[in-house]
Ligand binder design. Structure first.
Ligand SMILES: Nc1nc2c(c(=O)[nH]1)N[C@H]1C(S)=C(S)[C@@H](COP(=O)(O)OP(=O)(O)OC[C@H]3O[C@@H](n4cnc5c(=O)[nH]c(N)nc54)[C@H](O)[C@@H]3O)O[C@H]1N2
Ligand SMILES: Nc1nc2c(c(=O)[nH]1)N[C@H]1C(S)=C(S)[C@@H](COP(=O)(O)OP(=O)(O)OC[C@H]3O[C@@H](n4cnc5c(=O)[nH]c(N)nc54)[C@H](O)[C@@H]3O)O[C@H]1N2
Ligand code: SF4
Ligand SMILES: [Mo]
Length: 688
């Protein structure tokens, strides 16, 4: 039996794989693993299917002059890619090369990819984590001094009052939902403009207007202050900027907040009661907050509430951002993209020195600036400035906001490399170079889940002839590029892990005490875990000592006057298109969903959209009838109508699992995090 990590959602459950003759005979959720404790969702149970449902040849392919994809040897491909990348760098500079990576790869692979692409080629690498977690990263960093989700998953079982804000764990984090169910004495409050599956099960569901959360939380802060239901001691001892915050929120009277959110005064008072009377109040948010033209300040409006009521650093509390992909946290700390390996800024001399020493390189061999964000990469391709793009383990032709802009970008590239398990994704089929790799079942690496827990991915099956892992491909290209002794310390994933440990030394995410062996067949280990530390429990939360990572060791209230919605509804576009997940068995762009064969028959193959029957009837649209949705971004898509009372008469909800959805989303981003505003697009509809 081999215990390994489910590399799908951010819980990163562990599973026990039983194998005979290089075939998986049984997959069982690991009982000893503190995240899933012997349970899993259907996606984990079906992990054994990876790369069996649709097979891709293990040899790399190059598009020839007739547009056909022809196979090459791996060595031939490495040489070809090295020559092309060096030519483009020579002609246009390192800034003309970019990569898009993912929160779905082990941290060792991300680290090596960026070593090759950024430290050596001097290019840009951003991740699909930008579409997902970037808002939380910036929010925590500004408020706490480091990107540090403070909780352990156990906190959701220990909380007496749980706020879920823009999060739908019944669908998106089933094991987390299981743990909420285990908590019998809680009050569950869901804030979501639509009646999601989770809202359906809550004690209180507040259907606020899309993107009005910041008004709600400023209003609640104001009411809590007026009621004197705040923790003055905590504020005084452990925070900064409270007086300024208090001054700002006094303008958010109940009248203003009711108008902005669509809630009643009663609703607000009830929420204030719930927060004031709770002993251990926890606030959990996901994409309903992060994906917005104003995500960072909205996330911080939640963080502020937790700080001012002293709901942090104790059991069952916290302002807790739930991540999405299996290794979003690894990507946040160890990808050398927006921050240095192990955290810290590129212009911080002492951090640079520490990272250079750890990697045994000189300062000029370490990239000198953060990457361009995803949106800027796509814009610069379209402007003709970026000439080469390497996409790894993500499907941006489908998942990128306003996805026709990605299609346009592809046409402008001189070199377009796609590295994926499958050659038939919406992105792979456009590639000039396709690099096939093996799934997580055949590779080694480390994942960091939503509660900062490191866990091991270990090969369950042996690779077959010509099969490569992502790590081997990056190493092969790096060697062909002539990186020479810059790769001496990077021969294996374990070597890369040792380097990352050294980079993390004395940082909040210090993992110097973790070894590969200590992660194998064990409960995993949360960061921080410094060399010499003794593990007393499987679950640890941050800030129990009230020491934050800012220079003053205090947390900061961060806020500003809410921005105007850059894309309000209008006469021409009167309805709001909301987007997100739909069922447990549907995963993002549905590439991996087809591996989940047990769920496949439970959802339609073609795009559909939830519409309130009253709105549908206004346009004479029957249930299941195809109709057209026009977006303010200038594009239109067709969907089958799915009648549902879960959306109000002025909303529609489109699952992200169909490419038609992101045809309609706009190129609008949060100013700090550059995360796309995926969830509130003004649209109009018509019968066909
Ligand atoms: N089955 C399945 N599970 C998944 C995934 C998957 O594709 N399929 N993806 C994984 C990933 S990467 C992620 S990031 C997570 C995402 O997990 P979630 O964020 O929980 O999922 P979403 O459906 O994107 O959005 C959650 C809710 O936000 C609400 N919302 C929209 N706008 C607003 C708003 O303005 N305010 C508030 N308060 N709420 C709003 C939506 O109505 C929706 O119900 O799921 C992970 N888990
Ligand atoms: N409108 C709208 N759009 C959204 C969202 C939304 O809520 N609304 N959510 C956004 C969010 S939060 C996210 S995270 C993104 C997700 O969007 P994507 O990352 O584009 O979606 P996936 O379908 O997970 O694509 C992962 C790809 O990686 C491949 N893969 C799997 N394992 C490996 C591996 O080991 N190596 C390699 N090289 N490839 C592998 C799979 O075959 C698949 O093609 O979508 C975003 N887009
Ligand atoms: S809950 Fe997430 S990590 Fe756990 S089995 Fe399901 S997809 Fe995998
Ligand atoms: Mo995500």
């Amino acid at each position: 039996m081999i215990q390994s990590t489910c590399n799908i959602c951010s819980l990163a459950c562990n599973m026990d794989f039983y194998v005979e003759d290089n075939e998986i005979t049984k997959v069982v959720p690991s009982k000893n693993y503190p995240v899933n404790k012997g349970f899993s969702c259907i996606k984990g149970l079906m992990l054994g299917k990876q790369q069996t449902v649709y097979k891709t040849s293990p040899l790399p392919k190059l598009r020839d002059e007739y547009g056909e994809m022809v196979e090459l040897s791996w060595e031939g491909m490495y040489d070809y890619l090295a020559a092309e990348l060096l030519r483009i760098k020579e002609q246009h500079g390192g800034d003309s090369i970019a990569g898009i990576s993912t929160g779905q790869m082990p941290l060792e692979e991300m680290a090596l990819f960026s070593h090759v692409m950024r430290n050596f080629l001097r290019g840009h690498v951003d991740g699909n984590t930008r579409l997902c977690m970037a808002t939380s990263v910036v929010a925590y960093k500004q408020s706490f001094g480091f990107d540090a989700p403070p909780y352990t998953l156990n906190d959701i079982e220990l909380s007496d009052t749980i706020f879920l804000i823009g999060a739908n764990p019944i669908v998106a984090h089933p094991i987390l939902w299981d743990r909420i169910r285990q908590n019998k004495n809680k009050k569950l409050i869901v804030i979501d403009p639509r009646r999601s599956e989770t809202a359906e099960k809550a004690d209180f569901h507040y259907a606020i207007k899309g993107k009005s959360d910041i008004f709600l939380f400023y209003g609640l802060a104001n009411l809590l202050i007026e009621r004197d239901a705040i923790d003055k001691n905590y504020i005084e001892e452990h925070t900064e900027n409270f007086e300024e915050f208090k001054n700002l929120v006094k303008d958010y009277t109940s009248e203003v907040v009711c108008e902005k959110t669509g809630l009643s005064k009663n609703d607000l008072d009830n929420m204030v009661d719930l927060i004031a009377n709770g002993e251990n109040v926890s606030f959990w948010w996901t994409m309903g907050i992060n994906q917005s033209y104003e995500g960072v300040r909205a996330a911080q409006s939640i963080i502020n509430l937790a700080l001012m009521t002293g709901n942090i650093g104790r059991a069952g509390t916290g302002p807790n951002s739930i991540t999405g992909q299996s290794n979003a946290m690894g990507s946040r700390a160890f990808s050398n993209t927006a921050g240095l390996y192990g955290g810290g800024d590129y212009d911080n001399p002492s951090r640079r020195k520490a990272v250079c020493d750890a990697l045994e390189i000189t300062d000029d061999q370490l990239i000198d600036k953060p990457t361009l964000p995803y949106n800027a990469i796509i814009e610069k391709i379209n402007a003709g400035e970026i000439k080469a793009l390497w996409v790894v383990s993500t499907n941006p032709r489908h998942s990128w906001a306003n996805n026709e802009t990605f299609q346009e970008a592809i046409k402008k590239l001189e070199l377009f490399i796609v590295q994926d398990l499958y050659d038939d994704t919406d992105t792979s089929i456009e590639a000039g170079v396709f690099l096939p790799v093996v799934s997580g079942l055949k590779k080694t690496g480390t994942y960091i889940n939503t509660e900062r827990r490191l866990s091991a991915m270990r090969p369950v099956l042996k690779k077959e002839e010509h099969e490569k892992s992502d790590y081997e491909v990056f190493l092969g290209v790096g060697k062909a590029l002539g990186m020479g002794n810059l790769l001496d310390l990077w021969e294996t994933p374990k070597d890369a892990f040792e380097l990352m440990k050294k980079c993390s030394k004395n940082m909040p995410c210090d993992i110097t005490g973790v070894t590969y062996e200590a992660l194998e067949g064990t409960p995993g280990i949360q960061w921080p875990f410094k060399e010499g530390m003794i593990l007393e429990a499987d679950e640890r939360r941050l800030f129990e000592d009230d020491q934050y990572y800012t220079p003053s060791k205090k947390a900061k209230f961060m806020f500003s006057t809410p921005a105007e919605n850059p894309l309000p509804t209008s006469k021409e576009f009167p309805y709001i298109l909301n987007t997100g997940r739909d069922t447990v068995g549907q995963w993002h762009t549905q590439i991996r969903s087809r591996e989940i064969t047990l769920a496949e028959d439970s959802y339609p193959k073609e795009a559909y959209i939830y519409i309130n029957p009253k709105l549908a009837k206004k346009f004479n649209i029957e249930d299941n009838e195809k109709f057209e949705v026009y977006s303010i971004n200038g594009h239109k898509s067709q969907f089958a109508a799915k009648y549902s009372e879960s959306v109000t008469e002025n909303q529609l909800y489109a699952p992200i699992h169909y490419i038609e959805t992101n045809t309609l989303t706009p190129s609008v981003y949060d100013p700090f995090s550059k995360e796309p505003s995926f969830k509130t697009t003004p649209v109009s509809i018509s019968k066909i």
